[in-house]
Design a protein around this ligand. Structure first.
Ligand code: ADP
Ligand code: MG
Length: 703
């Protein structure tokens, strides 16, 4: 993290909290190594070691009342114990029986004979674990602590006690004692990180750490966590807002608002008029692009809401202003589709469109442009002169006409150093990481940036991942859409599903059938999907079925897509490759096989391929969910088409790291904050960080 806490005493190296853990009494080389395994290097790390749970040792359950399956803490005396060996001495079970006057509890350890050295008849023992039978009442492999004589008033008993993550060789009691003593000695050194912020409704940071370890009631645990989470989130928000502020201070954008010269004829020929939401968003974009600071805008709109046209208008603004534009898509299929659309739109306007993907480089100003063969004849000249006969040697060469380049990540990986790059558009942003988006943008001299995503980002994540971007939302669908009807069917219903598909095909619809395999899972999968293809062709004959998967060569993919678009193929059997962006309005049917293997967001994206045209659309999720979670996923999809609800549910099910990829998300691991639950805290942290940044120009300048 960037050093954002100049106010913070705590972060100064001179603070005793920065001392290494072995500076503490009783921490020798062995203990130091053990603590290091828990990530504890310094005194501060020790004080912020978060308990993994708490045990309320003020009142123990009576052993006689412990229920089956219950996770329970109990206390009693050892009335019997012993080690049994069996299977010719190769296996063992150690067992003791605990009594508290209300019943007996058997505690067993399998194949851990050394456990017997820790316990003796008559010991007063605390145990914690799951009651796994009632006759006799038994817990296997419980957590234990032996009560030492006369410690009724200690940190270990008669209170809410912290239970820490441990490592081999460390005991709860030792660590608890070390933390308690260190807190007593040094807890007062824990300073507020931002003393100028008044956070009156929560404990101070120092109080919070005390409560974290030794709460006097259960509510304190929560309040302590909230306070420490808030500090974490403020720091995160500071770094986000900082990044943005520095960019604003340093970077110059090109004036790219355009003059409507190209947009007017484009809209006139489009065949539909923009929705209110599209117009509103374009107004926001135009305002940004007119400014001297580069735009950083996220365009969020559910699948099918019409982001491409917004991208096109934004591109035309920059082109009108004489600047080049780059449009990046996550898959070749999508890049090709964009290329085709933009070429169709831009050709009549005299604007050159280039395509650059891993396997293809072509240009509308290339005589071979519409020939689908690969062209590996060297790097594409960027910044062409308008006429193929003119060349840079001419002393009166006019300024080259601006061009639009469409591509995949190859745009980044190859040397994409374009002069006068006014605008970069990234489609399906959720498929790219933050780092990638930054890399592309740095190639040019701060072009305006428009990132588009169909994955509605839950607000906690949005504020965290896209906190440095302004957000525009398309909250309205183009007119005439009927919501997709979704059904979940067991695999045994497949014959009926195909029957239904045949009926719909006969009515003139087209269909996607999605085969449930990840893309690059090897040639075995290609064989399997090819076989499935043959079966499906027979099942659905005489309707024509095409096959699309990631292992096909780019031009083969494009050929299949072209045939499907043209309607000569009626059904497209595809892998999840078609997940993003593909737009064939006549396709009104989607069958997903083994739907339980897909994630929620992914299924929502897939479903977004249909419901784009006049036909009533049907999505049939075929699957036999084996886990409650998978069943829940399919149920949500059947219930709602609201992308936002789906994203929220996805976040709850999978967690933020998984949803966006923790590494590429650029969010540091959070010890106390939980992006799944902490929206109020995130929002609060954001406001507080803003106040800090606005109030502290000195800090900014030193960055
Ligand atoms: P997405 O937001 O998922 O990228 P697209 O840009 O692919 O959506 O648009 C989905 C479909 O809606 C396309 O076929 C597009 O031509 C059509 N469309 C977009 N805007 C409008 C509009 N204002 N009126 C009618 N159809 C529209
Ligand atoms: Mg799209």
């Amino acid at each position: 993290m960037v050093p954002l806490m100049p106010e913070s005493m705590e972060s100064r190296n001179s603070s005793p909290l920065s001392a290494p853990a072995n500076a503490l009494r009783g921490v020798g080389p062995d203990r130091t190594a053990q603590l290091a395994r828990l990530g504890i290097q310094t005194v501060r790390d020790l004080l912020f070691h978060r308990p993994r749970r708490y045990e309320d040792r003020r009142n123990f359950r009576k052993i006689g009342e412990l229920q089956l399956g219950e996770l329970a803490a109990a206390r009693g005396q050892i009335v019997a114990l012993g080690l049994k060996r069996y299977a010719k001495g190769t296996k063992s079970v150690f067992e003791f029986i605990l009594a508290d006057g209300t019943g007996r509890l058997h505690c067993r350890w399998w194949n851990l004979p050394y456990m017997q050295q820790y316990f003796q008849q008559g010991d007063d023992v605390l145990v914690y674990g799951k009651v796994h039978t009632l006759r006799p009442r038994t817990i296997d492999h419980p957590e234990t602590e032996v009560v030492v004589q006369n410690e009724e008033n200690s940190i270990h008993l008669n209170r809410i006690v912290p239970i820490y993550p441990l490592t081999e060789g460390l005991s709860q009691r030792w660590l608890r004692f070390l933390i308690s003593r260190t807190l007593q000695q040094l807890g007062g050194q824990i300073m507020e990180r931002w003393p100028s912020l008044a956070i009156a409704d929560l404990p101070t940071r120092s109080q919070a750490v005390q409560m974290l370890h030794f709460p006097s009631d259960l509510i304190e645990i929560d309040r302590a966590r909230m306070r420490l989470a808030l500090d974490e989130l403020i720091e995160l928000q500071l770094s986000i807002q900082w990044r943005r502020k520095t960019l604003q201070a340093k970077a110059q954008g090109w004036p790219c608002a355009g003059n409507n010269r190209l947009i007017k004829p484009f809209l006139a020929r489009l065949g539909f008029s923009l929705t209110g939401a599209q117009t509103k968003v374009l107004r926001e974009i135009r305002q940004d692009m007119a400014a001297t600071q580069p735009m950083r805008r996220l365009l969020q709109g559910d699948v099918g809401s019409g982001k491409t046209v917004v991208a096109a208008c934004s591109a035309l603004m920059a082109l009108e202003s004489g600047f080049n534009v780059a449009l990046m898509a996550p898959t070749e299929i999508l890049a090709e589709q964009h290329y085709r659309n933009f070429a169709r739109w831009c050709e009549p306007l005299g604007i050159q469109v280039d395509l650059r993907t891993g396997s293809r480089k072509t240009s509308t100003h290339d005589p071979q442009a519409l020939n689908l063969g690969t062209d590996s004849s060297g790097p594409l000249a960027i910044g062409h002169l308008p006429s193929p006969t003119a060349n840079g040697a001419s002393p009166i060469a006019p300024r080259p006409s601006p061009i639009l380049t469409v591509g995949t990540h190859a745009l980044i990986e190859e040397s994409f150093a374009q002069e006068r790059l006014g605008l970069v558009i990234i489609d399906e942003q959720h498929k790219f990481g933050v780092a990638q988006r930054e890399r592309l943008v740095r190639k040019g001299r701060y072009p305006h940036l428009l990132v588009m995503t169909a994955t509605p980002i839950p607000r906690t994540l949005g504020l965290t991942l896209y906190g440095d971007l302004d957000i525009s939302v398309i909250d309205e669908f183009p007119p005439g859409r009927t919501p997709v009807k979704t059904f979940v069917r067991g695999a045994d219903h497949l014959p009926k599903v195909w029957e239904f598909v045949r009926t719909k095909l006969a009515e003139g619809c087209q269909a996607y059938v999605v085969y449930p395999r990840v893309e690059d899972s090897g040639s075995g999968e290609v064989k399997a999907v090819t076989k499935e293809w043959e079966t499906l062709r027979k099942t659905l004959a005489p309707h024509r079925v095409g096959l699309l998967h990631g292992r096909l060569r780019a031009e083969e993919k494009e050929k299949v897509m072209a045939a499907f678009r043209a309607g000569t193929l009626h059904v497209l059997l595809a892998t999840s490759l078609i997940e993003v962006g593909v737009d064939v309005p006549n396709a009104a049917l989607l069958v997903v096989e083994n739907a339980e293997q897909f994630g929620l967001a992914q299924l929502h994206q897939l479903r977004g391929r249909i419901g784009r045209g006049a036909h009533e659309s049907f999505c049939i999720l075929v699957g036999s969910p084996t886990t409650p979670e998978a069943e829940h996923r399919l149920k949500i999809l059947a219930e709602t088409t609201d992308g936002f609800r789906i994203a929220e549910a996805d976040l709850k099910l999978r967690g933020p790291g998984d949803l966006l990829g923790q590494q590429q998300s650029g969010v540091p691991p959070l010890l106390f904050a939980d992006l799944k639950e902490d929206l109020p805290l995130v929002e609060r942290a954001r406001g507080l960080a803003k106040r800090l940044i606005e109030g502290r120009s000195i800090v900014l300048n030193s960055f």
